[in-house]
Design a protein around this ligand. Structure first.
Ligand SMILES: Nc1nc2c(c(=O)[nH]1)N[C@H]1C(S)=C(S)[C@@H](COP(=O)(O)O)O[C@H]1N2
Ligand SMILES: [Mo]
Length: 252
């Protein structure tokens, strides 16, 4: 069976079973293809599974919408974050020279990158929308290194399935699957709208995941961990969001 017709068959199967004999059968099919999200066991689990599996099959390579420069919002809204910790303030006081992005887990060469080192990767830019789950959004230009380039530099092992990313804010951590991690629009950003990345928008380093809702774009990132198993992190649901009732997969 060709790749295309196989994909078509899986998608049709998902839709038919979801409509016909119920979500449980669709979930079984999704499991067969390794498309069960880490929060599948929660209240919204069956729906989550169907959304994630169907989107991964249909839109794995699709691009988040990019906008012309004229669409950039005059006043991007910096959503409120918790007051900065002492650790953050110390680093900020020294101009973030000691900020590091550690990369560990299932990689051949664990590393710890300074901001100048992140800036040495080829620069990507994108004009995309940050969409909060509460309904508001804004459009901005982001500059950064592709996460795929950072992962190439450390040598992701073939068993890798997810990348967990953590903020200096302990409550903020999340994860994405390798399809999202290697996607060309997923960036480790350090600049916005032609200037530096303001602290209000996640400076000095923020992961931009423009194909998913704003909460997946975690601010102040300090560590990436490549893994094949999300159960070991937090409550095992893939991020802090499902612990608070939000979906792990937040595809737009
Ligand atoms: N570390 C951290 N990252 C975060 C948040 C936060 O409070 N702390 N808020 C999230 C939410 S809910 C949204 S909608 C976006 C908002 O991004 P903005 O401030 O650039 O608008 O950041 C996300 N990343
Ligand atoms: Mo949000």
């Amino acid at each position: 069976m060709s790749k295309f017709s196989r994909r078509q068959w899986i998608t049709t199967g998902l839709a038919v079973t979801a409509g016909g004999s119920g979500l449980a059968v669709a979930a079984k099919l999704a499991k067969h293809y390794g498309l069960i999200p880490p929060d599948a066991g929660t209240l919204y689990g069956p729906g989550e599974t169907l959304t994630y599996a169907a989107q991964r099959i249909l839109t794995r390579h699709s691009l988040a919408r990019e906008f012309p420069r004229s669409a950039i919002s005059a006043k991007p809204l910096a959503n409120e974050t918790a007051p900065p910790s002492d650790a953050f303030k110390r680093l900020q006081g020294a101009g973030f020279v000691d900020w590091r992005l550690a990369v560990d887990g299932m990689v051949a060469r664990p590393a710890s990158f300074s901001i100048p080192e992140i800036k040495r990767f080829p620069q990507s830019s994108q004009i995309t929308s940050v969409q909060c789950e509460e309904g508001w959004s804004y459009i901005a230009e982001w500059m950064g290194a592709r996460l795929s380039h950072v992962l190439d530099a450390v040598g992701t092992l073939p068993q890798a399935r997810y990348v967990v990313y953590r903020s200096i804010e302990p409550d903020w951590w999340d994860s994405i699957d390798m399809a999202e991690a290697l996607h060309p629009q997923t960036l480790v950003t350090y600049a916005m709208n032609g200037g530096g990345l303001p602290v209000g928008h996640g400076g000095p380093l923020r992961l931009r995941v423009p194909r998913q809702l704003g909460y997946k774009s975690v601010k102040f990132i300090t560590r990436l961990t490549v893994t094949d198993d999300l159960k070991k992190f937090g409550k095992g649901l893939g991020s802090a969001s499902p612990e608070g009732g939000y979906a792990w997969y937040a595809g737009i």
